[in-house]
Write a protein that binds this ligand. Structure first.
Ligand SMILES: Cc1cc2nc3c(=O)[nH]c(=O)nc-3n(C[C@H](O)[C@H](O)[C@H](O)COP(=O)(O)OP(=O)(O)OC[C@H]3O[C@@H](n4cnc5c(N)ncnc54)[C@H](O)[C@@H]3O)c2cc1C
Length: 422
């Protein structure tokens, strides 16, 4: 019997298990999917061309833990060939950088502007905390023109997988301020899935094993996990799955209680849909296009390659999902962002529908008013035996991305180690 079972082999679960293994704890990881990595999913073209990401894309920051974990194959700075679609026309992104405030600086402006305002209602004690001002409200009062606000609103949707009117300005600012990840954006040329593979090396991981239920054994000395091929027991368990999986009833944790059940409901992830579209021709230049019209999310291609990548969140995810069902529709959508694709035959489409995927149920959680309290409630250990980790647990205090998931896995491991001493 392992001392600790970690449920979920995403970055949080693997970071947790790696820390426990480092401390000499006998640890087993159970993973529902046939692979590790969770919301990291890398697509490798059949001809051996460069990897493309159907889930998490970017390593945010030069101090992101991914740099250390990946060691000899470190992330590389992302190519900066930026275009924007507005009014169904693609033009250079630099045109939007009026006044030194291009959309990608939004979060740091927000963090600086709200820094001295003290604790916000969004940091209240529970999921029912009162609502603070939203990012939408803040944008409306920012003094930008209506065209700039429209672009910024879509940028927020694509960065946070949420509508700005449902995002807490204070919680976004706090998450940005607390992030220790540093500056810059990086990609992993060999594929981002090298990150979970590196973390999983040397760990005992059983894939293809969904955990259906977690219950306390009758004498209270451990936990029992119900899976399709057995009922393993352990001293402690770390639940490193998205709370939305619990909300959908795919995993039952006994004794959650009404407050945590409310937190699970509050931590609903935003929509996300990605597609790699392979064409009969190749791209004349590398391009990274942000569709400010709200239809395609981020669209990119690489010089000399036949693939176009669409990464769409919030309302744009629904547009790309619908377009992916028809070559004509998809071709029309692509041709706006990448004019070279017009009239070029589509020869293959690989999609990742994160909202339809039962083991993610969405892209990631955004800091909505009240969700910082819900995240704290979700992360609270349950009767000293059940611990929680993952991107959703960091809402309001860190970025709900790879670095947040990694740090939270390590945090949960420390809690488990501390509990083991008592
Ligand atoms: C489209 C998209 C784009 C993104 N872009 C970025 C980006 O550019 N940069 C960035 O830093 N982050 C990005 N993210 C967010 C990032 O992917 C997540 O924050 C991070 O991967 C979450 O890790 P996690 O370990 O908390 O959860 P997950 O990766 O979801 O891991 C949870 C694991 O638990 C497993 N599981 C679920 N239920 C069960 C069960 N019942 N039994 C056993 N196993 C179970 C799942 O299969 C999964 O492997 C993006 C996410 C998406 C979807």
């Amino acid at each position: 019997m392992p001392e600790v079972i970690v449920v979920g082999a995403g970055i949080a679960g693997l970071a947790c298990a790696a820390r426990l293994a480092e401390a000499g704890v006998d640890t087993l990881v159970l993973e529902a999917r046939s692979r590790v990595g969770g919301r990291i999913r890398t697509f490798r073209p059949a001809d051996g061309g460069p990897a493309l990401e159907l889930g998490a894309q970017i390593v945010h920051g030069d101090r992101n833990p991914a740099h250390t974990v990946l060691g000899p194959q470190p992330p590389a700075p992302r190519p900066e060939a930026a275009y924007v679609v507005t009014g169904r026309v693609a033009r250079p992104m630099a045109l939007l950088a009026r006044g030194g405030h291009p959309p990608w600086l939004l979060e740091s402006r927000l963090a600086a502007l709200t820094a001295d305002r003290g604790p916000s209602p969004a940091d209240g004690p529970g999921p029912a905390a009162p609502q603070g001002p939203t990012v939408g409200t803040w944008l409306a009062g920012s003094g930008a023109t209506s065209a700039e606000v429209a672009v910024a609103r879509e940028w927020v949707r694509q960065t946070w997988a949420a509508d700005p009117d449902r995002l807490s300005a204070a919680a976004v600012a706090e998450a940005v301020r607390q992030d220790p990840g540093g500056r810059g954006e990086f990609c992993v040329p060999g594929g981002l899935d090298l990150l979970p593979a590196r973390l999983a090396a040397g760990l005992r991981v059983r894939t293809g094993t969904p955990v259906r239920r977690i219950e306390t054994v009758a004498d209270g000395t451990g936990v029992r996990l119900l899976t399709d091929d057995g009922e393993p027991t352990a001293d402690r368990v770390v639940v490193a799955v998205p709370p939305a999986v619990v909300h959908r009833g795919l995993l039952t944790v006994d004794g959650l209680g009404p407050e945590r059940a409310a937190a699970v409901r509050a931590l609903a992830p935003g929509d996300g849909f990605c597609a790699v579209v392979t064409l009969a021709g190749t791209a004349p230049r590398t391009a990274s296009v942000f569709d400010a019209d709200g239809v395609g999310g981020f669209v990119s291609c690489r010089r000399g390659r036949p693939e176009a990548l669409l990464v769409a969140k919030d309302a744009a995810a629904a547009c790309v999902r619908e377009a992916a069902g028809s070559a004509a529709h998809l071709g029309a959508l692509l041709a706006v962002a990448l004019p070279w694709t017009a009239g070029t035959e589509i020869t293959g489409v690989e999609t990742a529908d994160w909202a339809a995927d039962p083991w993610s149920a969405g892209a990631f959680c955004a800091p909505r008013p009240g969700s910082a309290g819900a995240a704290r409630e979700w992360a609270r250990p349950l009767h000293g035996r059940v611990f929680f980790a993952g991107e959703a647990a960091v809402i309001g205090r860190a970025l709900p991305w790879l670095q947040g998931a990694y740090a939270d896995g390590r945090r949960a491991a420390e809690e488990v180690l501390e509990a083991g001493k008592q």
